[in-house]
Design a protein around this ligand. Structure first.
Ligand SMILES: [Ca+2]
Ligand SMILES: [Ca+2]
Length: 156
């Protein structure tokens, strides 16, 4: 409810602050093309990260192109700088076959050269800082930061 109020308020201000036809992302989200991303400043498990994103009317980030990956990794490197960030894919259903939460396979990937290694039953996808934010499979119970994604609101 509170998020809705913020959205309504932002949209009422939008004509004064942004070009016509471009809707702002909710407060705290950063925009890239038609999506909004939120970089957490807390570290939680994969399941908790999913819940946080749902609470913010979003989902864990789903990275489907090099351009999108470049933007999100750059933001993580320059602004977030956390040791790791959950993205929204797992291989919980079939070991070794990662799928996005909505069920589609990963057509674009950017794994580190030694990943995914399933070292300690690692079934959840994330960016890892020591890999320059290339992709790693983490243990889902580990605690790292996370990135939520949602479409730009259709409010204006
Ligand atoms: Ca695995
Ligand atoms: Ca790994």
């Amino acid at each position: 409810m509170r998020l809705e109020l913020v959205s309504v308020l932002l949209c009422s201000l939008a004509p004064l602050t942004v070009a016509e036809g471009i809707c702002p992302c909710p407060t705290g989200f950063v925009q890239y093309q038609q999506a909004c991303y939120w970089f957490s400043n807390i570290a939680v498990s994969f399941a908790q990260a999913r819940s946080y994103c749902q609470f913010f009317r979003s989902h864990l980030a789903r990275i489907t192109s090099k351009e999108e990956d470049d933007f999100v990794r750059s933001y993580a490197k320059e602004t977030g700088r956390a040791p790791g960030y959950w993205l929204g894919a797992t291989d919980l259903i079939t070991e070794g076959t990662f799928k996005w939460e909505v069920g589609d396979t990963l057509n674009y990937t950017n794994w580190h050269s030694e990943e995914p290694n399933d070292k300690k039953t690692e079934d959840c996808l994330g960016y890892r800082k020591i890999y320059d934010y290339l992709w790693n499979d983490y243990s889902c119970n580990g605690t790292i930061n996370f990135i939520c994604e949602r479409k730009v609101p259709r409010c204006c």
